[in-house]
Design a protein around this ligand. Structure first.
Ligand SMILES: [Zn+2]
Length: 240
């Protein structure tokens, strides 16, 4: 597990799981009991209450919701909210985002006037990124009072590995100048982590990158390498 501490609030922890923590997604035809065990073990490891992580039913949208924690005794019901970004204006509730090649982006916001901490977790694949989910997340954090914002972009497929058709590269480039790249093997590609970093920096967000490519580093799940792969999780929680 990659672990970071927030620059804005030392009580806020940010992490990205690896294959060691197992598959954390219920939607990839894995045995739900094993996924539940992996999630419980993970909650024990990071020291949050069981069934307290707030996952999303991610659909490559640009929808960002404010977290609405429910009392759980099962991961199967009630189902997680359908969205691709979760914001917690209180910074109290642990948030989780699942990926395997897409970008898991974790945010910490600080309301300087009241010294209040806010958190967010966002899933940004090609579609969500182009549709503006990162900007949406920053706007929502600011609407909730964040005056300073930092973000960490977790393990995801890099610009030298993410191959797309020339047509898709062209279409994406018209929406985000500079997103088109060439892969290591010379075909058309997209650089999502660099594009995300540029977008967030232009909004005044302090950005860190995990620098891990999920396709190249076999310690992480990659959908491109193994379509039946599980999902890793980006996690943000308060240790206060
Ligand atoms: Zn790569």
């Amino acid at each position: 597990m990659l672990h970071f501490t927030s620059d804005l609030d030392p009580n806020i922890h940010l992490a990205f799981t690896s294959r060691e923590e197992g598959n954390l997604a219920l939607h990839v035809n894995d045995d739900p009991r094993l996924v539940a065990e992996n999630r419980s073990r993970l909650e024990d490891t990071i020291g949050v209450r069981r069934f307290s992580l707030n996952f999303m039913n991610q659909v490559h949208s640009a929808d960002v919701f404010t977290v609405d924690p429910v009392a759980r005794t099962s991961w199967l019901e009630p189902t997680a909210p359908t969205c691709d970004g979760l914001i917690d204006p209180t910074g109290e509730y642990p948030l989780a985002v699942m990926v395997a090649d897409c970008l898991p982006v974790l945010f910490v916001g600080k309301d300087i006037a009241t010294d209040r901490t806010l958190t967010a977790a966002t899933h940004a694949g090609r579609r969500g990124l182009l549709d503006g989910i990162l900007t949406r997340t920053v706007e929502e954090l600011r609407a909730h009072g964040a005056s300073l914002i930092e973000a960490i972009i977790g393990p995801s497929i890099c610009g030298r590995c993410y191959e797309v058709s020339p047509q898709m590269a062209e279409e994406s480039e018209t929406l985000r100048t500079g997103i088109r790249t060439e892969t290591r093997w010379g075909s058309s590609g997209l650089d999502l982590p660099a594009t995300a970093q540029r977008e967030l920096s232009s909004l005044g967000v302090q950005v860190r990158q995990s620098q891990v490519c999920t396709l190249e580093d076999e310690n992480y799940f990659s959908y491109r390498r193994t379509p039946s792969a599980g999902r890793l999780a980006g996690l943000i929680w308060s240790a206060a």
